[in-house]
Design a protein around this ligand. Structure first.
Ligand code: FES
Ligand SMILES: [Fe+2]
Length: 363
């Protein structure tokens, strides 16, 4: 049993890192669901994730040395294999079986390194949410990371609600406050594992981040903008964005003059009040020009810093008054459904007695 009061869903895959973070023998120390983890690639190329605490005196294995597919603690030299079993103790020939650290299932998919912190017997790689644009050569983006001093669900809330684009991102990703008044989701689909939302914003100027990467001739042409977003448990956000010349009939399949983006974002709880945030915003036009992906990445960082400022301030206020009750507006249908879905999954996990217990609050 864990001591997290059932705040986290454990039997699912979480993004632990981008694959480039583990290049050149890097040993990445990262706390995930309040567990210290070390991630590295063995010399065979295999991805390995272990408890980042040597079982001897608790030194971090991330300060250790990779030897083959093993890692040696560089305090007193104990060596662990990829399954976490101690295979060598310098100066001691008998190795008690109890001398081991936890090993976590880990998989690479779409340049993301995924980890499973729940019951290892249930870690089916087929459950990983693969996002094809991340490994499709037709799409190009820059993988990126941000750290948030906030609970991951506050970020999920933020991404579930497009209305905030108008006010938080007026001059970056949104374009105008009018967006909040004149657009509504045209379809909200409740999924067993999250939701899917489609939203159109017709006949408006392209938002600043898009204007920066389109030819000058397209600047002043109004566009019909469509976002289709999917949010999946435990905090996976996938979005297709389309800009079409206003009135061109893109909704009926006319894709002439259309520009598209693909975007995936992953919220992995570091602790109950801090979050690892991974994302990539991809384009498919002129992909030999690296400036486009870099401009999009920079625009998104600018936008996310606007989110981060408000969300981290929100977290401070919520921490100061745990009794404060969040309220829902009509626009919050999707995020409310997501929270209910996640709470149900956590409750089921705890009732099954598989990993944690549920204390009834948290999500
Ligand atoms: S703390 Fe790791 S070998 Fe002693
Ligand atoms: Fe935002």
């Amino acid at each position: 049993m864990n001591d997290d009061n059932g705040i986290f869903l454990r039997n699912c895959w979480y993004v632990a890192a981008w694959d480039h973070e583990l290049l050149h023998g890097a040993k990445l120390a990262r706390t995930i669901l309040e567990k210290p983890v070390v991630l590295f690639r063995g010399e065979s190329g295999r991805y390995i994730a272990l408890d980042n605490r040597c079982c001897h005196r608790g030194a971090p294995l991330s300060m250790g040395r990779v030897e083959g597919d093993c890692i040696r603690c560089m305090y007193h030299g104990m060596k662990y294999d990829a399954s976490g079993v101690c295979v060598q103790i310098p100066g001691q020939s008998r190795i008690p079986e109890s001398l081991r650290v936890t090993s976590y299932p880990v998989q690479e998919r779409g340049h993301l390194v995924w980890i499973w912190l729940g019951d290892p017997a249930r870690a089916d790689p087929a459950l990983i949410v693969d996002y094809p644009p991340l490994h499709d050569p037709a799409w190009r983006g820059v993988p990126a990371y941000l750290h948030y001093d906030a609970n991951w669900l506050l970020i999920v809330d933020n991404l579930s609600d497009f209305a905030h684009l108008a006010f938080v991102h007026t001059n970056t990703l949104g374009g105008s406050e009018e967006y909040a008044y004149t657009t509504k989701p045209t379809a909200i689909e409740r999924l067993e594992n999250g939701f899917r939302v489609e939203r159109w914003h017709r006949d408006s100027l392209p938002p600043p981040y898009h204007r920066k990467v389109i030819p000058p001739g397209e600047y002043e042409t109004n566009v019909d903008r469509r976002n289709i977003a999917t949010m999946l448990v435990p905090g996976i956000f996938l979005m297709e964005t389309m800009f079409a010349p206003a009135g061109s009939g893109a909704e009926n399949g006319n894709l002439q003059g259309v520009r598209q983006y693909r975007n995936s974002q992953y919220m992995t709880p570091e602790t109950r009040r801090t979050t690892h945030f991974f994302w990539n915003y991809l384009h498919n036009v002129d992909i030999d020009n690296p400036d486009i992906a870099i401009s999009l990445r920079d625009s998104l960082i600018e936008g996310f810093m606007e989110d981060k400022a408000i969300i981290e301030s929100q977290q401070v206020l919520l921490d100061n008054d745990p009794g404060f009750k969040l309220r829902a507006l009509e626009a919050d249908v999707a995020l409310t459904h997501f929270r209910v879905t996640l709470r149900k999954r956590i409750r089921e996990e705890n009732e099954a007695g598989s990993v944690t217990h549920f204390a009834g609050q948290a999500v």
